[in-house]
Design a binder for this molecule. Structure first.
Ligand SMILES: CC(C)(COP(=O)(O)OP(=O)(O)OC[C@H]1O[C@@H](n2cnc3c(N)ncnc32)[C@H](O)[C@@H]1OP(=O)(O)O)[C@@H](O)C(=O)NCCC(=O)NCCS
Ligand SMILES: CCCCCCCCCC(=O)O
Length: 160
């Protein structure tokens, strides 16, 4: 039996962000089952335009008993921070991702993923993010994104 609905609403000054209209509908590993028991995700931009996500870690993300698998948090970082670069106008793939796990993340609660573009240099776009709820930080990550040629980006996003 599926889990009941969860509240993924954002903050008052956030606006909903339509990821598939930008990058296509391929991001199914994290975003593909909006009513399933793995992740449930909704994307926003904050008032400064930075990407935010509300994410529910369901029972199928379990690693340590009752808590999220580290890889499930890394997958979320990979998707959200890569998407943050796309949302900022950079067609990229992720080249390197470093995750620090700070606290065990209890399952079946809604957390926030914050992101910021730290720097750009040539083809390199550095994005930082964290998974948090209130004052508790569950994970932090630095993500090196590498821009790809326009044609390749259009093909990946299904817009060729
Ligand atoms: C990332 C990728 C596009 C880079 O390949 P490429 O286009 O040939 O680019 P290069 O190897 O010339 O790298 C471009 C720059 O990024 C740097 N870079 C690339 N990957 C890096 C990594 N993992 N760590 C550090 N720097 C890296 C290079 O050093 C280079 O820097 P420079 O311009 O200062 O010399 C390629 O390795 C790739 O497609 N990897 C798979 C990505 C992936 O599957 N991600 C998950 C899904 S999004
Ligand atoms: C059209 C390409 C979409 C890339 C979106 C953001 C990065 C996803 C990260 C990953 O798959 O590892």
């Amino acid at each position: 039996m599926p889990m009941p609905p969860v509240d993924l609403s954002g903050e008052a000054n956030w606006t909903e962000f339509d990821a598939p209209s930008l990058v296509g509908a391929s991001l199914r590993f994290v975003s593909g089952e909006p009513e399933g028991d793995r992740y449930r995700v909704r994307y926003y931009r904050n008032a400064d335009g930075a990407l935010r996500a509300r994410i529910w870690f369901g029972p199928e993300t379990e690693g340590p008993p009752g808590h999220a698998h580290g890889g499930s948090m890394a997958a979320v970082m990979d998707e959200v921070l890569g998407l943050a670069a796309w949302a900022a106008g950079y067609p990229i793939v992720v080249g390197n991702l470093n995750v620090d796990f700070r606290n065990l993340l209890p399952l079946q609660q809604v957390v926030t993923v914050e992101s910021e573009i730290l720097s750009t240099s040539g083809r390199k776009v550095m994005v930082r993010g964290r998974i948090c709820k209130g004052d508790t930080v569950y994970a932090e990550a630095d993500c090196l994104c590498i821009t790809i040629p326009e044609q390749a980006a259009a093909e990946l996003a299904g817009k060729h």
